[in-house]
Design a protein around this ligand. Structure first.
Ligand code: HEC
Ligand code: HEC
Length: 281
């Protein structure tokens, strides 16, 4: 017990005393190069030149945890989700693998293009929506809770199959209306503090807020293992937390507003590598 408490205190002091190195480069396991800084996508050219992953804004200690899969606590959940991938569930007696085969083959590149327009459904789908659609309609299994541990783990496993590939969500064609809605939400000031996402993540990234080094609020690293709550966190759970911090009424995870916001925020990271599961404080 005593040792544990001491380690926890040391960890806090360490995190507080070491400033993030915004120029550090991320290479995972010594060979997988991750683009954590690149030219901003064209649609952001009026507001910023470069986009940066949240990894760049973390302390050296937190950054290091993501450089080796043995040190990345998020990887345990990837293993769990791989088991779930191969486990039959539901009335059809099928597993994900029954239809999709090896995730390494069938899911390579998928995370990089989500959220994505689904023609048959006539809607923009997040990865979580697609996973639940397969569970419900293809397996006859119960949906995962939208921000549940199981969903976060499955998203982490799917992310790993795209790690290192550039985020490349489509914002034109049938996805354009949803993207516009997400953009509107991103710039709308809300809550008692009258802040928008942009107030913090566009106008003030690089600055300290309380004890936190503000990033651009990118989602290329999601799901993110947070040291704060010691679990994987989904995109919508993170959005919810940020909206709450402005003392505003928040939207429902999995609801239309957050789906639109996710598409828009994902598109602000077009060109950064898929990084999930990332490690954050
Ligand atoms: C009975 C077959 C079947 C099962 C079982 C199944 N899926 Fe699917 N899945 C599909 C089909 C068919 C599509 C593509 C068509 C569509 O849009 O529905 C798909 C699409 C997907 C996609 C999107 C791929 C892309 O390129 O956009 C993901 C991610 C996915 N499934 C994950 C899962 C996961 C995770 C499970 C297990 C929890 C699962 N699926 C179980 C048939 C299945
Ligand atoms: C009051 C300032 C503030 C506002 C407003 C705010 N956030 Fe955040 N957000 C933070 C802080 C602080 C963090 C943690 C440090 C960091 O990564 O920037 C954070 C983290 C994030 C992250 C995690 C980034 C990563 O790499 O792990 C995302 C995504 C995010 N915010 C999205 C949003 C969105 C979308 C909105 C608008 C709905 C929003 N935030 C509004 C302060 C804010």
């Amino acid at each position: 017990m005593k040792i544990k408490a001491l380690t926890a205190i040391a960890a806090i002091m360490f995190a507080g005393s070491v400033y993030a190195d915004e120029n550090a480069e991320l290479v995972v396991n010594g060979d997988l190069e991750i683009v954590t800084k690149t030219a901003a996508p064209a649609h952001l050219s009026d507001v910023m030149d470069e986009v940066m992953s949240g990894w760049r804004f973390r302390s050296e200690g937190t950054q290091a945890m993501q450089m080796d899969d043995f040190d990345n606590p998020g990887m345990i959940f990837v293993d769990q989700a791989m088991d779930a991938w191969n486990t039959a569930e539901g009335s059809e007696g099928k597993s994900c693998a029954s239809c999709h085969g090896d995730a390494e083959d069938s899911m390579a590149g998928v995370r990089a293009v989500y959220p994505k327009w689904n023609e048959a459904a006539g809607e923009v789908r997040t990865l979580a929506m697609q996973v639940n659609d397969c569970r419900e309609n293809k397996m006859g299994a119960e949906k995962y809770g939208y921000t549940s541990d199981q969903m976060a783990a499955m998203e982490a496993m799917l992310s790993v199959q795209s790690r290192g590939l550039p985020v490349n969500v489509a914002i034109d064609g049938p996805a354009a209306a949803t993207w516009e809605q997400g953009k509107e939400l991103y710039y709308t000031r809300t809550g008692q503090l009258d802040l928008s996402c942009a107030s913090c993540h566009e106008d003030n990234y690089g600055n300290m807020i309380r004890a936190d080094h503000l990033s651009q609020g990118q989602i290329n690293g999601f799901p993110a293992y947070r040291l704060k709550n010691a679990k994987l966190n989904t995109v919508h759970a993170r959005f919810k937390g940020c909206v709450r911090d402005t003392r505003a009424e928040t939207f429902k995870p999995g609801g239309a507003e957050f789906v639109a916001l996710e598409l828009y925020v994902a598109s602000r990271g077009n060109g950064l590598s898929v990084e999930g599961p990332s490690v954050r404080n």
